[in-house]
Design a protein around this ligand. Structure first.
Ligand code: ADE
Ligand code: ZN
Length: 319
C-alpha cells in the first residue's frame, strides 16, 4: 500500500504523456513535429527551465476540446491514485490555451468534468489553481482573472509560473490583490531558477500562503529562519530540479537539509510526464538517493495534507 499523500505542485499540462499526445493529435488532426512517441521522449533532455517550457507549450497544441482536458485530467488522476494520492491541488495555465483560441470555459469545464468524478472514481479530492504566466504582462494576467469570473466556484487559488528569471513576483502585485478580493487563495512559484529575493517578494508583496519550489531560499539564512518560524510550506519537486538542471544530481538535493532546518517541506512531481515520475515515484527516488527513513517519509506525507487547502475535517478524512 503506497503512503497516502496529497499532491500540491502539479501542472495538469505537464501530465501529457507522449501516448496521449499522439492520440489527441490524431483526434484533432494536429501534426506533431515528432515521428513517434520514442522520438518525442528523446526530446525530453532539457538544458534549463526555458528549454522545457518551449516543448511544454508547443505540445499543448493537441489540447483543443473539453473532452481533451477531461481525458488529460482523468489520466493523471488514475496514475496518481495508484501511487497513493488522496488529494490533488492542480495547476492549469489558462493563458497558454486562450492564446491558441481555446476558451477558458473549454479548459475549466473539461477539467471540472474529470475532477467532479474524481472522489467517486479515484478516491481523490481535488482543487484547481489557476496560474498566471509570469513572462506575460501584468495586464494579461488581470484580463485572465476577469475572464475567470464565471468559473470562480471551480477555482480555489491563483498561482504564478513559467519563466522566472527577470519576472519577479512584484510584477503581479495588483492582480494578486484583485484575486484575494475575489476570495481566491494565493501561491506562487519562486526560488526555482530565480533568487531568494523572489521568495521574499512572493511572501511580502503577493502574500502567498505557500511557495512553489522555494529551493533558492537556502541562499538567505534569515529567510530560511523566517520560513521555518512561520511554517510556510514549500512544494519541492526534486525530479524536476534534476531534469531542469537546478541541481546536478538527486543525491545533491537539499531536501533532507531543509527538513533539518525546520522547513515545512512537501514533495511533488511538477510535470511528471516530462520529468521521469509521478509523486509516488518521486517519494521512492528521494528515499533511495537521500537515504530517508520511514519517519521522514511520513513527515513529508503528513506535511502534504497540513499544507493543503483542505479544511481540517476534510483533511482528516483524506488521510
Ligand atoms: N510550468 C510548468 N512547469 C513549470 C516549472 N517547473 N516552473 C515554472 N513554470 C512551470
Ligand atoms: Zn511547477
Amino acid at each position: 500500500m503506497p503512503l497516502p499523500k496529497a499532491e500540491l505542485h502539479l501542472h495538469i499540462e505537464g501530465t501529457l504523456e507522449p501516448e496521449l499526445a499522439f492520440a489527441l493529435a490524431a483526434r484533432n488532426a494536429v501534426e506533431l513535429p515528432f515521428e513517434n512517441t520514442e522520438a518525442l521522449r528523446r526530446a525530453y533532455d532539457f538544458e534549463d527551465l526555458q528549454s522545457f517550457l518551449d516543448l511544454y507549450y508547443s505540445l499543448m497544441a493537441v489540447l483543443r476540446t473539453e473532452d481533451d482536458f477531461a481525458d488529460l485530467a482523468d489520466a493523471y488522476l488514475t496514475r496518481a491514485a495508484a501511487q497513493g494520492v488522496r488529494h490533488a491541488e492542480i495547476f492549469f495555465d489558462p493563458q497558454a490555451h486562450i492564446s491558441r483560441g481555446v476558451s477558458l470555459g473549454t479548459v475549466v469545464d473539461g477539467l471540472a468534468r474529470a475532477l467532479d468524478a474524481s472522489e467517486q472514481r479515484h478516491g481523490i479530492s481535488t482543487r484547481l489553481i489557476m496560474c498566471f504566466l509570469r513572462d506575460e504582462s501584468a495586464e494579461s494576467a488581470m484580463e485572465t482573472l476577469e475572464a475567470a469570473k464565471p468559473y470562480l466556484h471551480r477555482i480555489t487559488a491563483v498561482g504564478l509560473d513559467s519563466a522566472e528569471a527577470g519576472n519577479p513576483p512584484s510584477k503581479f502585485r495588483e492582480v494578486y490583490e484583485a484575486a484575494a478580493a475575489l476570495g481566491l487563495r494565493k501561491v506562487a512559484h519562486a526560488g526555482e531558477e530565480g533568487p531568494a529575493s523572489y521568495v521574499r517578494e512572493a511572501l511580502d508583496v503577493l502574500g502567498v500562503e505557500r511557495v512553489d519550489h522555494g529551493l533558492r531560499c537556502l541562499e538567505d539564512a534569515e529567510l530560511v529562519a523566517r520560513l521555518a518560524r512561520e511554517r510556510i510550506p514549500l512544494t519541492l519537486c526534486p525530479l524536476s530540479n534534476v531534469r531542469l538542471r537546478v541541481i546536478d544530481t538527486l543525491e545533491d538535493h537539499p531536501l533532507d537539509r531543509m527538513m533539518d532546518a525546520g522547513l515545512m517541506c512537501t514533495v511533488n512531481s511538477d510535470d511528471p510526464a516530462y520529468f521521469g515520475g509521478y509523486v509516488g515515484d518521486t517519494f521512492h527516488a528521494v528515499r533511495e538517493a537521500l537515504s530517508l527513513d520511514e519517519e521522514r517519509l511520513r513527515e513529508l506525507a503528513r506535511n502534504s495534507f497540513l499544507a493543503s487547502f483542505l479544511e481540517d475535517d476534510e483533511e482528516r478524512r483524506a488521510r
